[in-house]
Design a protein around this ligand. Sequence first.
Ligand SMILES: Cc1cc2nc3c(=O)[nH]c(=O)nc-3n(C[C@H](O)[C@H](O)[C@H](O)COP(=O)(O)O)c2cc1C
Length: 468
Amino acid sequence: MRAAVGQAVLGTVLVAAVLAFATMQDFHGLHVAGVARVTAAAGSLSAWLAFVAFAIRPRRSAAASATDILVVHASQTGFATELAELTATMLRDGGKAAVARSIGELNAVPANAARLLFVVSTTGEGDAPDVASAFRREAMGVRPRLHGLRYGVLALGDRDYANFCAFGHELDRWLRDAGATPWFDLVEVDDGDDGALRHWQRQVALACGAAVPADWSRPSYGAWRLRERRLLNPGSLGGPCFHVALVPDDPASLRWDAGDIVEIGPRRARDDTGLLPHREYSIASLPEDGALHLVVRQLGVGSRWLTDVASPGDRIDLRVRRNASFHAPDDARPVLLVGNGTGIAGLRALLKARIAAGHRRNWLVYGERQSGVDRLHVDDLERWHADGDVERLDLVWSRESRGSRYVQDRLRVSAQDVKRFVDDGASVYVCGSLAGMAAGVDAALRAILGDRALEEMAASGRYRRDVY
Ligand SMILES: Cc1cc2nc3c(=O)[nH]c(=O)nc-3n(C[C@H](O)[C@H](O)[C@H](O)COP(=O)(O)O)c2cc1C
């Protein structure tokens, strides 16, 4: 009898220890990149303990821990992050334990996860967001056994692109192949479509047993006014580019961080021929500048309204979207900023934020066509460089330079300096055109730093891109 009690006590202590360990695994050991870099022995021990804990967990406790829902986001320009956080908040409001995490923090599907929601976008030409590239190669390069896992996927995309929601579908296929069970069909979102978002919200609430919330609306557009518009590149061989300054009717709306994006609401064209779609632009200023600046190239109907039709004082529907994946580091580490054309917008805001914070280890590599005419805020850049606020400034004029014509060529020529800068802890920010520039810069960085190093930088937020 005593022995039996002793065994039971010992067993309970062991089970408690194992459960405590497994719970720790639940919250801290979610194969978080970096944290999971323990020895193989410790890894297999914890896997075994997690397995034992799972196998012997009493039903009640299994049910209790199964309420933990991880909402994993993979975002290029912040929308998926915003939606993942809204989803987690909605679940918490409905009494569930839910947290949102970047896919860059995971290097595998958590071994003991029971319920996962993915909110992922597609970028480039059917590519995964940068932050997901390491996960895609490492985790999705193998087929784990994910039986027992239930999941949902919200796939963000845009039907104007050839590979609609490609990464969402790829992730969904991989999860199914690994034996995981979809809770509900993948939900595709075309260009932020509200109906699809409401559908996702309902599916999640029903699947998780949370109350279906009354409504889940994204922030509404605020009333802003066009204050100033100025042509930045008279005589350019390229399309006209404008500096556009906007101010809100409500001064409290003058609030954002460098790296954030604005969405200009859909509007009826002057001649009433139809609805102009909503447009997104990188913000080029800080709230302290007293206005929200954009750099807009006149291309297509949406930008024509802003750059041609609207007059100063006209009302513009606008909302700011937080794009944490393009925010500047909040410490003094060096940053390498690379971009071309209107990409100067996001880079200018980042530089302003860095300079305001007293961080001067900034190296900018920026490309346009001709030094005489394509001066998109280049005077600011030269002044900052002269003042020492920009440590190194490489202006690359494609129609003039012999040798390195484009920013990617300049990076290759400066490979040793790039390597040293990154070894010093630099983060890399790329802003501008996807066609030509972004892929060329990516290839140059891979050649200089190595594929794996660059993917690790992307996963840990040291390689960030706002390209379009
Ligand atoms: C440069 C760029 C490339 C894109 N490529 C695709 C694509 O290949 N397929 C697709 O469905 N959507 C594509 N999109 C649309 C995005 O997936 C969509 O805007 C999404 O809402 C962005 O979410 P995020 O901010 O979380 O990255 C692309 C968007 C941009 C800006």
